[in-house]
Write a protein that binds this ligand. Sequence first.
Ligand code: UGA
Length: 430
Amino acid sequence: MNHIGIAGTGYVGLVTGVCLAEVGHHVTCLDISEEKIALLRSGKSTIFEPGLDEMLQKNIREERLHFTTDRTEAYHGKDMIFIAVGTPEGENGQADLSYVRQAAADIADTVTNDIIVVTKSTVPVGTNEMVEDIIRSQSTIDVHAVSNPEFLREGNAIYDAFHGDRIVIGGNHEPAVQKVAALYEPFDIPVVQTDTKSAELIKYASNAFLATKISFINEIANICEITGANVEAVAKGMGLDKRIGTQFLKAGIGFGGSCFPKDTKALTSMSAEAGYEFRMLNAVLEVNELQHNKLMEKANEYSAIHRGTKTAVLGLAFKPNTDDTRDSPAIHMIEELQRKGADIIAYDPIATDKMKAVFPDLTYTDSLEEALSGAETAFIITDWQQIKEQTPDFFTKLMKRPLIFDGRNCFDPGEMLSGGIHYHSIGRSG
Ligand code: UGA
């Protein structure tokens, strides 16, 4: 059992803290927001994540998990401190490391024993060295920084924490690396041990590669539309080749979320800074931007949207099973519809509150029926199960004119057509 402090209770910090407590470690999570800490102490998580609240409450009750705004309580006398603060998009797409620097300075200021600092935040190559330099230059303690990037998917984070494909641990001080590896023994997930810089790069390379797969299949979808092929058949035929793999070949309206757009830009920018132009990634980002316009282009072909057209936007989260709307393709879609003067009603089962911060004056509903009632056009942005399980009847009964533009290929075009719906999707006829 280790005593662990965690800087930052965002997605990564909170899930890491809860899961490390679950396997028996003693964890104290630190955040600057009093409000957030009060909520977490009461056993309510600040994000929607299946299974998280239950595990949070259990570990608080069993006194392995604590939340505080007090640095000394979080850092003093610990075996390890995890840095899990945000690294938002900064100037020219670079990762903004100001929160990481601050966390390192705070550790130097608070900790009196020798310490292992584990960096979970997604950070550019060289950041762990920088963290060590900051702490060494501002204190007399001995510090070893270990890179331990996070590969959790939102909506599946607890499952991934216990069943992930790998745990990456990168460090140049073997005893520190071994101590971090020992933390994860109960998880029974293969550990990949590398030097620090390679571990830092594995995270960016993985996210950028997955983003590349998505932009690639989206371009194939565009070719399918021109030639009459079907992107789903193509993806299946490609994906069964084990060297390609079936996952992340789902065509749609482009990737969003707090990671892929930010990390792809950060890797491009990191490469440029190192004097190397990562040409492919520029294209991946460009294709993604163009793909965000796809549904509107289709709607324009059919002159579907005019001033006052009653329009339902179905799904606001960047993907299902999360209330996260950061960089969601829905944002782009709503902006385009507003430009056209559409009368918009936006639906999401759980993400409306988050979207209100972006579009405070939009009309929202958490009822799918209400969104579609009397609508002339509907745009499907997130493939929520609740949307996918509907039949053509459901739409024809509620909508005034059943015209649907589906950015996630939720339905079979033939069934929609025979159900009386004018249905347009991505990379398929129909
Ligand atoms: C992603 C990675 O998958 C995680 O491994 C990583 O830990 C995380 O970023 C992170 O860096 O923290 P996440 O952002 O939760 O996880 O979402 P994904 O499930 O990867 O989806 C990202 C976007 O790609 C979504 O907008 C999704 O709709 C889109 N997508 C995904 C597609 O358009 N097609 C696909 O085939 C797959």
